[in-house]
Design a protein around this ligand. Sequence first.
Ligand code: ZN
Length: 116
Amino acid sequence: MERLSADYYVYPGATARALRRYEAFARAPGRRPLYPQDAECSCRGCSFDDVRHARDVLAEVLRHLPPRARAELGRRVAVLDAGYLRRTLPDPFADQRQWESGLWWHRRLAGGREGA
Ligand SMILES: [Zn+2]
């Protein structure tokens, strides 16, 4: 699926990288809120600095996977989604602030440094 993708951000290895990135965030040690941060560069590599990009990639991959593989990856992502929701705060102004505010993982407070 990665090989066939027309999406610039989906390439061989991108799913594994997105999963690792999302997992590191969603399972970060501690209980304090985390704030996704913008990536400073929009190339395929640097984009992963923004954890929301990792979730974007996973969403894109899930959309194109065959049913069985989709269910499998979907279960892993769902577990991490729960962690992501626990560690981030809702952004009441997401509609004004986020260009992708239709995606729930973009509707969380962001900015500054992730851990701060
Ligand atoms: Zn870059």
